[in-house]
Design a protein around this ligand. Structure first.
Ligand SMILES: NC(=O)c1ccc[n+]([C@@H]2O[C@H](COP(=O)([O-])OP(=O)(O)OC[C@H]3O[C@@H](n4cnc5c(N)ncnc54)[C@H](OP(=O)(O)O)[C@@H]3O)[C@@H](O)[C@H]2O)c1
Length: 256
């Protein structure tokens, strides 16, 4: 058995929001391949079913993380299925263009609800269970945008990720006495359906990719597995002295 497939998470239970596609799917698969039982959450049952088919031990729950009562439903489902919660990955997010001067209230409020408030409610609901297992919360942020979003329209998306990073640091301190760690992972541009999910066509996607990799010293987009690798590493017991940090997984974008 290689290190990558060793059963680091045997007997552990993991929740991954946005687990039907992209980074969430790769994260669910990575944890499952290392022995965890995983609950993937998203709005689209078909996507979740595809993830569940990729590795044994993955169960699915189709729900909108921003719906009232969703946090409690997700936590109760995981507890009933697994009897415990060891890792919560707050990964689900939407990108809505909201340039100042032309920002629609509905789009802004959807992003606020999904990208920031849902992780707050879900972490709150999971905390008593994470305290029982010396668990880990992993918030998925963004590397591009840490110094301000470089393109028109994504400023609010970046601001909400910055707020999530502040929660990562604050919660790390607050929950440390309970033995719960809180960390973040900040991806650079990663090849996932995130562009399609915000309605970009093939030409726009290619233009965006070209622009984004100009910000990346390694001059390529990353793979979802390259982000999932670090999410899983940070959740391991061996990472037990690491809390309150947001790790860039960005091809050097932050230092470039
Ligand atoms: N790809 C990148 O370049 C990049 C860069 C930096 C940061 N990130 C971050 O990485 C994370 C994953 O993104 P990704 O690239 O993997 O994009 P993605 O494929 O669009 O994944 C987002 C997932 O979230 C789910 N989701 C969206 N709204 C939801 C809701 N209200 N309730 C439940 N699930 C919801 C989506 O599934 P449904 O639509 O089926 O619900 C989808 O599976 C996000 O936090 C994103 O901000 C990505």
């Amino acid at each position: 058995m290689t290190d990558m497939t060793a059963a680091h998470f045997h007997g552990k239970a993991v929740i991954v929001t946005g687990g039907g596609t992209g980074i969430g799917r790769a994260t669910a698969r990575t944890f499952a391949e290392q022995g965890a039982r995983v609950l993937v959450v998203g709005r689209t049952a078909d996507r979740l079913a595809e993830t569940a088919a990729e590795a044994p031990g993955i169960q699915q729950l189709a729900t909108d993380v921003s719906a009232p009562g969703a946090a409690e439903l997700i936590v109760n489902t995981a507890r009933e299925a697994f009897g415990r919660i060891d890792v919560l990955v707050n990964n689900a997010a939407v990108v809505r263009q909201t340039p100042l001067g032309d920002a629609e209230r509905e789009a802004a409020e959807e992003m606020l609800a999904v990208n920031l408030l849902a992780p707050v409610h879900l972490t709150q609901a999971a905390l008593p269970h994470l305290s029982e297992t010396a668990g880990v919360v992993i918030n998925v942020s963004t590397a591009i945008g840490q110094r301000g979003w470089p393109f028109t329209g994504g400023e609010l998306y970046a601001a909400l990720k910055a707020a999530l990073d502040t929660l990562t640091r604050s919660w790390a301190v607050r929950f440390a006495p309970s033995g719960v760690r809180v960390v973040g992972v900040a991806p650079g541009p990663i090849a996932t359906p995130i562009g399609q999910h915000q309605g970009l066509d093939a030409e726009q996607l290619e233009a965006l990719r070209t622009t984004l990799i100009e910000h990346v010293p390694l001059r390529r987009v990353g793979r979802a597995e390259e982000v999932a690798f670090w999410i899983a590493q940070l959740a391991r017991a061996e990472a037990g002295y690491t809390t309150g940090v947001v790790l860039p997984v960005d091809g050097g974008a932050l230092v470039g």
